[in-house]
Design a protein around this ligand. Structure first.
Ligand SMILES: *Cc1c(COP(=O)(O)O)cnc(C)c1O
Length: 230
């Protein structure tokens, strides 16, 4: 068994245990394998191992790699998106997880319409305001979603967050609780064109805590490929 295969097996078993702990099944949690800085050969290898979703954080890097990938796999953008890259992002990805302003949502919608596509997006929420600069503030999330739900080229499919960076996953738990709370709140509001389905939270260092708090989509890179040099 290759190292990637072994790591994947280990991660899946930990996902399964965390799922059971929160009264769910392994299949209820979708695994996005984050392939930023990972070369094409290793991407092909995880796909051979049966991985169904890969995530990239930069449009340019994704374009260089993904256009050479013939394998069928779902592709997500997990990193911040700049307006001038929206057209390319709509072309390349099946889900954009990082919508955090009306401005970028409008641009994605416009580009999607030009391409005859309905673009699925998640709204990125900044649950650790002092730590990162991306994501909409929790208090402004509902109103942002109300605004962008009217844009014809996009479909809102859930929420995403990057928790607090910490060696202690417990320190991140309040971030995940906050996102889950918002997720349920927005779901109960039943806004037209909003399908609160994906709750994307949890990375290598904190995915078990995220699953315990209700995550149904985890994004894992290092735990599968080892640490990135940059
Ligand atoms: C890099 C990245 C991940 C994966 O992080 P790891 O710690 O390597 O598992 C998840 N989400 C986003 C948005 C990322 O940029």
């Amino acid at each position: 068994m290759s190292l990637i295969e072994e790591n994947l097996k280990e991660i899946k078993s930990r996902i399964q245990q965390a799922a059971v702990k929160s009264g769910r099944k392994e299949e209820d949690i979708r695994l996005v394998v984050v392939t930023k800085t990972v070369d094409l050969d290793r991407i092909k290898e995880v796909i051979r191992c049966g991985i169904e979703i890969i995530g990239e954080n930069r449009v340019q890097e994704a374009e260089e790699k993904l256009t050479r990938l013939t394998e069928k796999v779902e592709k997500h953008l997990v990193g911040h998106l700049q307006t001038n890259k929206a057209k390319k992002a709509v072309e390349l990805f099946d889900l954009i997880q990082s919508v955090d302003s009306a401005h970028i949502a409008e641009e994605i919608s416009k580009r999607a319409q030009e391409q005859g596509k309905l673009m699925d997006v998640l709204v990125e929420v900044n649950t650790s305001v002092e730590e990162t600069k991306f994501g909409v503030e929790p208090e402004k999330t509902l109103s942002l979603i109300e605004t962008i739900s009217k844009f014809p080229g996009i479909r809102i499919k859930g929420l995403m967050t990057i928790g607090l960076f910490s060696d202690d996953p417990e320190a991140t738990r309040p971030c995940f609780k906050k996102l889950k709370f918002l997720f349920e709140e927005i779901k109960s509001t039943s806004i037209p064109n909003v399908d609160m389905h994906n709750l994307s939270m949890g990375m290598t260092g904190d995915f078990e805590v995220a699953i315990e708090e209700g995550s149904n989509m985890v994004r894992i890179g290092t735990g599968i490929f080892g640490s990135r040099s940059n």
